[in-house]
Design a protein around this ligand. Structure first.
Ligand code: MG
Ligand code: MG
Length: 627
């Protein structure tokens, strides 16, 4: 399987693009004429530059408005095609994309178009060029791959084939199963793109909102299964027009693209075991089994304040690391590690961002398999020198400078607490039992990268994106969660530094974990125990509770008990949700305590604007008094 990407999919100059594309691991590039015209090099120079990067030119595109033209216009179209063939030969590629015409003077008719392509096939054959015909979703006469295939079939020329593009097929809602009827050797090239489901003009949707397979909502996997079933074995190429990507990190978008292709083809292989997909073996998506630990990097007074906050939250010191200035705090199944080392990853994280979550440990069935899949998808393994008596725990570098460790039972890695920290039995504390969810913040343009990262590595599902209104702007929020809820991550994309999420990003220079939510079976008794230990919940104004009383059927005394403890509420049918927030501490991080009842699956999104407003009031020194 050759992987390829159209140069338009990433930002930068042609040289920047080629560097990033090669570094991400692609085999080839589709060259867009526009890219090419903008470069000062001749077609031959550009071709050489591409090959110098170890890439091949898989396709030259686009050639528009060729077929169905009358008289002199038709002669001109053939003349234009010959000129482009010259460019291709200089560039060093034999494949060109012709997309279905939108020319106002073009005439319809399958046979007319087939005749044009049959004649073009002769000219292409003389030069060893292959012409692929693509049905644009908004083509004037041909907007369906079945019609494009019929034209190619009737043209009946070995140098004329069909090009399939998942956006054009799936964007119009055409059943991808129909692709199985096309012989694989007549499919010359396959382009892939996903897109979020937005009801809008097809052309505009295509030119601005395409994204990587798995980042959107289209059934790209079904499309690719059908393509693979035909026996097609040519390049699989990303053709992504996305306004956000044009402004994003060239390298990150290229890496995401490669990750999406590898994960997609791995899915296809698993779904169609009878087919041979030429792809290195990798373990399947891993089932997350929970959050094993959260590690903070901190120092000095901030570290003391964090330790005090953890104490107020019911955590106890369960052990000290045998070789390092690292303390383990524990309560129920929650382990929080406070790292005050002056060397290594935590020290770097602290230098860059101040007090911050520098490492997350995730429990999986097999830590080794998780590492193998992550690296197959392009993640970089992470390792630090191992001290005496320390375990070698598989880890990778995540996004935004984060590190993820993977722990499992089968290889004894969960024994790390006993072995490295001398930690003993569980600590009941004040009733916090497990990590309910981790809330990560990133700039909006990086959100798709994070979603793709988690959904390709773990068995997780993503929720639709929702808007959260901060008094000073918009934050977009999306949940990635495993079906059983063992791993739940809320991703928050900030557009403006004026939002709470945006100012967190700006002040921490891009830290990701903004809050950590922990579950209790009884939020009232837990909070009473915490408040007795000095915990100060984030208070909500009386108006909030008046509104709750109007929206829900809550007994007045229950409402009053909630108000006294700063508890927020949501419900969804019979499912009910209580939540309470801590004040934020150094680095802008805060904690949340939640109680889910009757299978509540949300995160209290409706409460987010009120929570944010309360946090912002507190930042301005106008908090709500305890009673
Ligand atoms: Mg296309
Ligand atoms: Mg939350």
């Amino acid at each position: 399987m050759k992987t390829s990407i159209a140069t338009v999919s990433v930002s930068g100059t042609l040289r920047d693009k080629l560097e990033a594309i090669a570094a991400a691991g692609f085999d080839g590039v589709e060259i867009f004429e526009q890219d090419f015209i903008a470069d000062e090099g001749s077609p031959r120079d550009v071709g050489n530059m591409i090959r110098d990067h170890g890439l091949e030119v898989t396709l030259f595109q686009p050639f528009r408005d060729f077929e169905g033209l009358p008289g002199g216009l038709r002669d001109k179209a053939f003349d234009r095609a010959l000129r482009k063939f010259d460019v291709m030969q200089e560039l060093g590629t034999d494949m060109v994309l012709f997309c279905s015409t939108v020319h106002p003077q073009a005439l319809g008719g399958i046979d007319r178009a087939a005749d044009d392509f049959a004649q073009l096939g002769e000219l292409a054959a003389e030069r060893g060029i292959r012409v692929g015909y693509e049905a644009l979703a908004w083509g004037r006469y041909v907007n369906d791959h079945r019609d494009a295939w019929e034209i190619v079939r009737r043209a009946d020329h070995p140098n004329i084939g069909v090009i399939l593009d998942s956006f054009h097929t799936l964007g119009r809602g055409i059943d991808p199963e129909t692709i199985r009827r096309i012989p694989g050797d007549r499919i010359f090239f396959v382009q892939l793109a996903d897109a979020p489901r937005i009801d809008m003009d097809l052309l505009y949707w295509s030119r601005h909102f395409r994204n990587m397979p798995g980042e959107g909502d289209l059934p790209v996997r079904d499309f690719m299964r059908a393509v693979t079933a035909t026996g097609y074995s040519g390049p699989i190429s990303l053709e992504i027009f996305n306004d956000q990507f044009r402004g994003s990190s060239t390298r990150q978008v290229a890496r995401d693209g490669h990750r999406s292709l590898i994960a997609l083809m791995d899915d296809v292989r698993r779904a169609e075991p009878a087919l041979t997909v030429d792809l290195p073996q990798m373990p399947a998506r891993q089932k997350p089994e929970g959050v094993a630990f959260i590690e903070f990097a901190s120092r000095g007074e901030d570290a003391q304040a964090l330790a005090a906050q953890l104490g107020a939250l019911g955590f106890e010191r369960a052990g000290h690391h045998r070789n390092k200035r690292v303390t383990l705090f524990q309560q129920g199944d929650i382990r929080i590690v406070l790292n005050e080392e002056t060397e290594g990853h935590a020290a770097h994280a602290w230098n860059a961002r101040g007090t911050t979550v520098c490492d997350i440990g995730l429990a999986t069935a097999s830590a080794a398999d998780t590492l193998a899949r992550a690296t197959a998808l392009g993640s970089e393994p992470f390792a630090q020198p191992i001290g005496p008596g320390e375990l070698d725990i598989p880890a990778i570098r995540g996004l935004s400078g984060s590190v993820l460790h993977f722990l499992d039972d089968q290889s004894g890695l969960e024994g790390v607490w006993q072995q490295e920290f001398g930690a003993g039995a569980a600590v009941p504390g004040a009733g916090l039992t497990r990590v309910d969810h981790i809330a990560q913040t990133m700039s909006y343009e990086d959100m798709l990268s994070w979603t793709l990262f988690y959904t390709t590595l773990f068995e997780t599902e993503k929720s639709p994106m929702v808007d959260v209104f901060d008094p000073d702007g918009l934050v977009r929020s999306q949940v990635v969660a495993s079906p059983g809820g063992d791993l739940r991550i809320t991703l928050n994309g900030a557009d403006s530094h004026r939002t709470l999420a945006g100012s967190f990003l700006a002040e921490t220079f891009g830290a990701s974990v903004q809050h950590l939510a922990m579950a209790t079976e009884d939020i009232f008794s837990t909070l009473d125990a915490l408040i007795a230990r000095g915990f100060e919940p984030l208070r909500m104004p009386r108006n909030y509770y008046d509104d709750l009383a109007a929206r829900f059927d809550i007994a007045p005394d229950l409402l009053e008990r909630m108000r006294e403890r700063g508890i927020l509420y949501d419900e969804d049918g019979a499912a009910r949700f209580f939540q309470c927030y801590s004040r934020s501490f150094a680095g802008g991080v805060f904690f949340e305590i939640v109680q889910r009842l009757n299978g509540y699956r949300g995160y209290g999104a409706a409460n987010a604007p009120f929570r944010i407003a309360a946090q912002k009031r507190l930042r301005r020194g106008k908090g709500i008094p305890a009673r």
